[in-house]
Design a protein around this ligand. Structure first.
Ligand SMILES: C[S@@+](CC[C@H](N)C(=O)[O-])C[C@H]1O[C@@H](n2cnc3c(N)ncnc32)[C@H](O)[C@@H]1O
Length: 290
């Protein structure tokens, strides 16, 4: 890399953009700017103004660019992932939250509008993105979160404690039995990738934890199916379940929910790219025993 001491910020960012583009990084210019801003801490707007002048490149910039060129996720280098209004701490051992999941949170927020104290649980919370957003954006909500991986649980603790979320380390298949039949909403972005569909991007394949990616079974449906069964256990009658999934799983999930006979209003939702990436349903009212 031809970075040198005394180089201007503008030259260094231009060079970094070329290096990152060569390495196949999808948004090389933005990443080059964000890495510079990570060191300077001035904000992207001010950084772009500085690029027009003769400010020097910050010390340590070449090292960060070379790490990113090795396809380490930007969020692992900066230690931060932005999700809705949250700034989450992330790093090795936890799934980096994705923009499409922000739409799943919106479905929950729209559903609970008008409820005074909705009780919500996020199954497989990872960094705490979904649970934390709901706690932050829905005043009066009682939010719980479940995470199995001890590493992800540690990151979630850091992110969710200040937001008042009740986090437990447990398996979404049998977690929170003492809360059976009490939740207004169960939300989940479970692992769902089919076993053979190994992601091609190095950031995902090498840095997202495998237990966050693969849903189990050839079709990746084991954990999504388990999340639906737990939702039926945890929700009160009429409660709302919403789950993110792969586009190819939309029809299977709708069929799976309808086949149990426990759900009504099964609805597939599109993400911002028009893909069928989430499904919601209401838990059917239970008929009291004779
Ligand atoms: C796709 S990631 C989603 C993380 C986060 N909800 C988000 O949207 O960014 C799935 C998460 O489920 C967790 N997980 C996997 N199996 C689990 C299980 N049996 N019980 C609870 N959590 C589990 C993974 O460790 C991972 O954090």
């Amino acid at each position: 890399m031809a970075f040198h001491q005394g180089q201007s910020l503008a030259d260094a960012v231009r060079e970094a953009t070329a290096v990152l583009a060569d390495a196949g990084v999808p948004s090389p210019r933005v990443d080059a700017e964000l890495l510079a801003d990570h060191l300077l801490g001035v904000g992207l707007g001010r950084l772009r103004a500085m690029l027009l002048g003769d400010s020097p490149a910050p010390e340590g910039y070449a090292e960060l660019v070379s790490e990113r060129a090795g396809r380490v996720p930007l969020q692992h280098i900066t230690g931060v992932a932005y999700f809705r209004h949250l700034e989450l701490r992330v790093g090795p051992g936890v799934f980096v939250p994705r923009p499409e999941t922000e739409s799943v949170v919106q479905l929950v927020i729209d559903h609970v509008a008008g409820m005074a104290h909705p009780k919500v649980v996020d199954l497989g919370t990872g960094s705490g993105a979904i649970a934390g957003s709901i706690a932050q954006e829905v005043p009066g909500a009682e939010v719980h979160a479940v995470e199995y991986s001890p590493f992800a649980h540690a990151w979630a603790t850091r992110n969710l404690k200040p937001l008042g979320v009740t986090l437990i380390q447990g398996d979404l298949r049998d977690a929170l039995p003492e809360h059976n039949g009490t939740f207004d909403v169960v939300v989940s972005n479970p692992p769902y990738i089919p076993a053979e569909a190994i992601p091609t991007e190095p950031e995902v394949a090498l840095h997202d934890p495998p237990e966050a990616l693969y849903g189990g079974g050839a079709d990746g449906m084991e954990l999504p199916t388990a999340a639906a069964a737990s939702a039926a256990r945890l929700l009160k009658s009429g409660g709302y379940f919403v789950m993110e999934h792969a586009e190819v799983q939309a029809a299977w999930i709708a069929t799976m929910l309808k086949r149990t006979g426990r759900w009504s209003n099964v609805t597939t939702h599109l993400d911002l790219n028009g893909k069928e990436r989430a499904t919601s349903a209401l838990l059917a009212e239970t008929v009291p025993d004779e």
